[in-house]
Design a protein around this ligand. Sequence first.
Ligand SMILES: NC(=O)C1=CN([C@@H]2O[C@H](COP(=O)(O)OP(=O)(O)OC[C@H]3O[C@@H](n4cnc5c(N)ncnc54)[C@H](O)[C@@H]3O)[C@@H](O)[C@H]2O)C=CC1
Ligand SMILES: O=C(O)C(=O)COP(=O)(O)O
Length: 416
Amino acid sequence: MAKTSLDKSKIKILLLEGIHQTAVDNLRNAGYSNIEHLPTSLDEAALIEKIRDVHFIGIRSRTQLNERVFAAAEKLVAVGCFCIGTNQVDLDAALARGIPVFNAPYSNTRSVAELVLAEAIMLLRGIPEKSARAHEGGWLKSAKNSHEARGKTLGIVGYGSIGSQLSVLAESLGFDVIYYDVVAKLGMGNARQVGSLEELLAKADVVSLHVPDLPSTRWMIGAEQIACMKPGGILINASRGSVVVIEPLAEAIREGRLNGAAVDVFPVEPKGNDEEFESPLRGLPNVILTPHIGGSTLEAQENIGIEVSEKLATYSDNGTTVTSVNFPEVALPSHPGKHRLLHIHDNVPGVMSEINRVLSENSINIAGQYLQTNDKVGYVVIDVDKAYGPQALDALRQVAHTLKVRVLYSEGSQDI
Ligand SMILES: NC(=O)C1=CN([C@@H]2O[C@H](COP(=O)(O)OP(=O)(O)OC[C@H]3O[C@@H](n4cnc5c(N)ncnc54)[C@H](O)[C@@H]3O)[C@@H](O)[C@H]2O)C=CC1
Ligand SMILES: O=C(O)C(=O)COP(=O)(O)O
């Protein structure tokens, strides 16, 4: 049975985790007024309940979109991660339901790089401990274990958007920069790529981690790697909590084998600001602990709000999937005077010919057709003349291996 066409004001958008107001404003300006904007994430049960009638969801790094949540998300059209990492989303579960996932790959990179650089300098001078003592009325005036950044070696693990920006900023301060990456990358300035993680750990005075959460990066810094670090070295992790095994790091600090650490991300993070933060690193000297705020600057959040909301609105209005992290990327022109059929299907032989058969049997004239596939999914967009009946849409929905069909009507409403 044909569904009812939805005006933009009926399309439900749920924004979680205090996503910046720019996202709400942007979506409203694009004609979307049915927006629920919450300051926190939701636990699985609450999310499953709420997501049932949601068409677009916006999250940050906290909200877990797993198979069970997607199974309940019957109306979901797209996901926006208002951050870089997408490890909190089961990308395969989304893809299997024809749901593209978008993120903001660059907007908060500068914020992370600046924070890490500041932390490196503070840790090289033992400031966290000296400051804490002064707050207690103590006076720790000493040059012991205090060093200039100039001439020290910064080792960056993961030389992507953040790692390479950090490289430039750190070099301008006089750090020698080396980096390790699984991909061969051209160094910025005089930075040099090294051949192995072990080599980097053995050479760097300060090690900073900037890899994504992947099976290959999970617990990549454990007791063995920490033992490879220079005596008196410093470790900074603003990537993901799954990259560093915390207990051996805490032990190395307690034993004085490392001189300090800054950690922004943890294997288990509190669900919100009201929950207690627990970690073996609490109370250790010269350790900076921050509540996953590497990307939390007003500048970054404002830009992310604009960037990701634009991607969601563009996909909703026009079908464009450029920069999606899990979906075939299709860049589409506008479709004045035409209806646009979006058909998402398993990438198996025969689907396209079946779609074209349905169109031809219903005497539907094709004005434009765009197709892109990845190894699992095919995404075909077909612009058709306005004269076509609901029976054609039903027939398209019946095509074997169909995951999702959407129609963007020329007057701006859509059938999801
Ligand atoms: N603390 C915070 O608030 C924030 C944390 N992040 C985290 O930082 C991560 C990195 O961000 P970007 O630099 O934008 O990512 P990116 O994707 O631009 O760079 C990651 C780099 O790591 C490399 N890499 C992958 N696996 C590796 C391995 N096993 N060993 C060495 N290198 C490896 C990649 O080749 C790539 O060059 C994000 O995935 C996110 O998890 C990002 C923003 C804010
Ligand atoms: O951008 C990322 O990947 C981050 O880790 C930042 O996450 P957040 O938006 O602060 O929850």
